[in-house]
Design a protein around this ligand. Structure first.
Ligand code: BGC
Length: 282
């Protein structure tokens, strides 16, 4: 929604000397409350303050490159730096591109394998000295789409599929999330589906969007065969170019383009964290 990255500053990018500090952005208050969400991907780590009542960003979106190697230690350091970019001391919600069961990382398709088994809730909470809740990135994006975007008010079976570096999936049944579905890793035609059909596969094979579309078609056909969804919401990087390929897709399910595009993970992480707080208070 709306805002461009205000600061795209990576370590080493600037001409300034090493003791230059990152700017700290003010976080305004809003009637519905404000939270800060962090969205961690294989290539970028982004954060912004979110109006919890409307899903809108109420401050700049700050992005740093995901450090390489993307280990728990390097990413926790970068996470702390991201969070320190905002004048905000409330609890933080964050995503990871991995299975996250009660805070513990259970897969590592696009992050360093040393993440496996790490208690990410504890790691990030220690890094910033306050409570952090970690969820799968597509689950967070799905939560944002269901609350404020293309899935708003929709019941039945809704699948949010993000086509980016990998394929993420958020499955909702009558508005309730079934977490960690990992449908990007369905085996289709003998291969891991995201290897062929993620947006990154298009870049890897230097395909145009129309040339890539049959791969998305094949993937979506299989999804429809297995889940008979009432609605599929297409998100991730490929959704920004949906006009170039979505008309070529023919499946027996309604398809909508994600409304929150790049910010869905940030918004979903922030609202999920605030929902947890609300559930915990008497
Ligand atoms: C990961 C998922 C993630 C998806 C999108 C997949 O490779 O296994 O956990 O949601 O990529 O980032």
């Amino acid at each position: 929604m709306g805002r461009k990255d205000a600061s795209v500053s990576n370590p080493g990018d600037s001409d300034d000397t090493e003791d230059t500090e990152d700017p700290v952005h003010p976080v305004p208050s809003r009637p519905g409350g404000v939270g800060v969400g962090v969205d961690i991907g294989g290539t970028g780590m982004k954060a912004a303050p979110v109006d919890l009542g409307t899903g809108e960003l109420v401050g700049p979106r700050v992005r740093f490159d995901t450090p390489k190697p993307a280990t728990p230690e390097t990413m926790a350091g970068m996470f702390a730096r991201l969070v320190a970019s905002f004048d905000f001391d409330g609890p933080i919600g964050t995503t990871l591109p991995a299975v996250v069961r009660h805070g513990v990382v259970g897969s590592a398709a696009n992050i360093d394998r040393s993440w496996l088994g790490v208690d990410a809730d504890a790691l990030f909470s220690t890094a910033i000295g306050r409570e952090v809740t970690v969820v799968n990135d597509a689950d967070a994006a799905g939560i944002a789409e269901m609350r404020f975007g293309a899935g708003r008010g929709r019941d039945g079976v809704v699948l949010v599929l993000t086509f980016g570096t990998g394929i993420g999936s958020g499955l909702f049944v009558d508005g309730h999330l079934v977490p960690n579905t990992e449908l990007g890793h369905l085996e289709i035609d003998g291969a891991d589906a995201e290897w062929n059909a993620a947006a990154s596969a298009r870049e890897r094979h230097r395909l145009t969007w129309p040339q890539w579309a049959p791969r998305a078609q094949r993937y979506l056909e299989e999804i429809v065969k297995l889940f008979s969804p009432d609605l599929i919401i297409v998100g991730g990087g490929a959704s920004k170019r949906s006009s170039k390929w979505l008309d070529l897709i023919e499946i027996d399910a309604e398809i909508a383009v994600a409304a929150m595009t790049n910010n869905a993970g940030i918004v979903g992480a922030a609202i999920l964290r605030s929902d947890l707080n609300a559930a915990a208070s008497p």
